[in-house]
Design a protein around this ligand. Structure first.
Ligand code: SF4
Length: 317
């Protein structure tokens, strides 16, 4: 049996749900309740949410053979572009996730991301199993925020990300979560550091989930999040730290054409990953757009980024 995100199950024809923006990556969850106690995570040992939850998403279980058959069909028809296996830090989950990757790899040629806690030798084992992108989530933008919201050390994750580059050059990624109490400057500094190290960043918005330690924290202001997305987009285009932090009016003119595509406000991370509804309910303004934007929509979102007055989120835990 394997846990499959509800949206993925629907794309694979295993479950019927109505979804205006279907996932373009197939997401899987391996492992039970996590040994860690990240304040915002529905899977942490401190959370009172059921084990079928991660982020805002439910993960029903399906027989793995049936899932692999459905994946083969979805690959052939082009409905999915990638697989992503997300692993909790629970007993035996690392080994199980590698077995899952091997099992899928035997039948599927699509890229496979493995999002897993750092551990000794994991990069080599992941490579051998058939993983193509290795992700260790930082989530927190600074060491202080990391120790406030997570177990362990920020610099330990950074060091594992750097080591993973030896096995996955150009294909190491991390997650950063906006809204945990960082300033825009801190977020930009970390995005610049990761970019210069050759590590790709996927942006998330902090989402207060019932049953977690952070359930009472406010989600980030949408203008702040758009400003972070804009800076992230510009840094990936090679813009300097100072230019990414400067009032955006000038830089928007310089990058008008690429900004008009709206790519800056779409889901970021591994190619083909759109994570619909991870951070918001269907019908809400998405923090990360899972589909392409029209030019007018892109400009509306840019205006939100330009209107941002504060440089940090309001919530400190
Ligand atoms: S960016 Fe998407 S595909 Fe890549 S590890 Fe994160 S959730 Fe998985």
């Amino acid at each position: 049996m394997i846990r499959v995100s509800s949206g993925t199950a629907s794309v694979l024809g295993l479950k019927k749900i109505r979804q205006p923006a279907p996932p373009t990556t197939a997401y899987f969850l391996v492992g039970e309740r996590c040994r860690r106690s990240c304040s915002y995570c529905a899977h942490s040992k401190d959370a009172t949410t059921g084990p079928a939850f991660l982020s805002r998403i439910t993960w029903p279980e399906f027989e793995i053979g049936a899932v692999r058959e459905a994946l083969k069909e979805a690959e052939a028809s082009g409905r999915i572009a990638r697989l992503c296996v997300q692993v909790s830090d629970s007993y035996g989950a690392q080994e199980e996730s590698l077995d899952v990757v091997k099992y899928f790899r035997a039948a599927i040629s699509l890229p496979i991301s493995l999002s897993i806690c750092p551990g000794p030798g994991i990069a080599g084992k992941a490579k051998e199993a058939g993983v193509t992108t290795l992700c260790h989530a930082l989530d927190a933008a600074t060491p202080a925020i990391f120790s406030r919201h997570r177990n362990g050390e920020w610099k330990n994750v950074i060091s594992h990300l750097q080591q993973a580059l030896e096995y996955f050059p150009g294909n190491v990624s991390t997650h950063l979560m906006a809204g945990l109490g960082e300033t825009l400057e801190e977020m930009v500094d970390t995005m610049v550091e990761l970019k210069s190290a050759g590590i790709r960043t996927g942006l998330f918005a902090f989402t207060p989930l019932p049953g977690t330690r952070s359930s009472c924290g406010p989600p980030p202001d949408i203008g702040y999040y758009r400003r972070v997305q804009l800076a992230h987009f510009l840094i990936n285009k090679g813009v300097s730290r100072d230019d990414a932090l400067a009032p955006p009016e000038g830089i928007i003119k310089r990058w008008e054409k690429s900004l008009s595509t709206g790519e800056a406000f779409m889901t970021s991370g591994c190619a083909g990953c759109n994570r619909p509804y991870y951070n918001e309910r269907p019908g809400d303004i998405p923090y990360n757009y899972p589909v392409k934007l029209e030019k007018e929509e892109a400009w509306k979102e840019l205006e939100l980024a330009m209107a941002m007055k504060k440089t940090s989120c309001s919530w400190k835990m």
